[in-house]
Write a protein that binds this ligand. Sequence first.
Ligand code: GDP
Ligand code: MG
Length: 414
Amino acid sequence: MKDVVIACVGKPSAGKSSFLNAVTDATAKVGNYPFTTIKPNYGVAYFPIDCPCKRFGKEKLCSPRYGRCIDGKRFVPIQVMDVAGLVPGASEGQGLGNQFLDDLRHANALIHVVDVSGTTDANGKETIGYDPIGDIEWLRSEIHSWIFGNLNKKWSQIVRRHTATRSTVVETMQLQFSGYGANMTCVQKTMDRSGVKDNMDIWDKATIKKVVDSFLDERFPTIIALNKIDLPDSDKNIAKIMRKYDQNRVVLTSALAETFLRKLSKQKFIKYDEGTDIVETKEDLPDSDLKPLDEKLQNRIEKVQDLVLYRYGSTGVQDVILKAVEVLGLIPAFPVKSLTTFSNPNGKGVFRDCVMIWSGTTVLEFAEIVHPEIAKNYVGAETIGNRKIAEDDIITLENNIICFKTSQGTSGDA
Ligand SMILES: Nc1nc2c(ncn2[C@@H]2O[C@H](COP(=O)(O)OP(=O)(O)O)[C@@H](O)[C@H]2O)c(=O)[nH]1
Ligand SMILES: [Mg+2]
């Protein structure tokens, strides 16, 4: 399976790089990850899931190959990319437009980082009192104009080819959308979503626009991160935006606060439970190895607590990653060699492997992901309670701990 990538997009100075730094800072502490090539503008974030080790009383033995597991809370790695270069007018050739689109092809979901404080204008220049609501529409319409423009300028050719080759609409549109990383399934869903049933030779501009709209929804599910909530004017802007947008797709964040807290935690000034509002100091934990705080640092921490943690419950940064995984419909699956010890297909480590799979993945497809040899020599599969599951069963949270039987036995490497 291709690695899942989440891309941070937004106007200059919205806080994309800060966000990426804030979520990926944990890398050093956590250790390794399964991704072979990490490009310069990529980072690895870790998002928490409930690890089955807890259910089976194996917390102490749980040994993830990647990420870590703390008392049943497992941190799973995922790639996050910082996509710079989108500026107003990009679809008319301003800024780094083409590079931007090229980067986007690798993304499975987008995090739109919005400066909600109103202290940067449409171009990212410092200002006061800017209304950020326009930024949300802007990004989508910029990508939309781009894709529409590319279709529109060669539309008659596209239709001629479509007719001459007697292709289906999905085939023809897949050819056009493949440059943005779309496969057949994605284009089929796009067409279903759009409700467009007319023959392509009678599509007008409005029809093409409608299809592009559905394509954006299908191909680039987006979480909006309203960033810089620590700044004074954010409040009123947040209220306005929350009224207008799907609350399930909007998260309030302070990348700055998260970076600050993680840094202090690393320097052993505080104990910070990422994703929560819990910050503990030497005063709270006198027996710990935490360093004492001077007054200045103490004040800064209190300010972050008052402005961000106590008000919003957390810095929001981890929620964004969780939401992105949620909209993608990814679920964890655990290949094990034994349904009693839960060691991995290689016989090593308890719940060693955790694979994030797309919802709808079948047992046999999962076997292929774990190792092609397992799929090739597949005999059967069982889940908890030695319950047999069929090769075309869909993997859900109910049957996601799987032991494969192969003609070679139960071994294989993930
Ligand atoms: N107050 C505040 N400032 C932030 C926050 N996130 C980023 N910034 C600041 O906004 C500016 C632009 O951030 P940067 O990450 O470089 O934006 P990018 O151009 O989108 O990558 C920098 O000065 C950051 O320190 C935040 O949550 N709160
Ligand atoms: Mg940047």
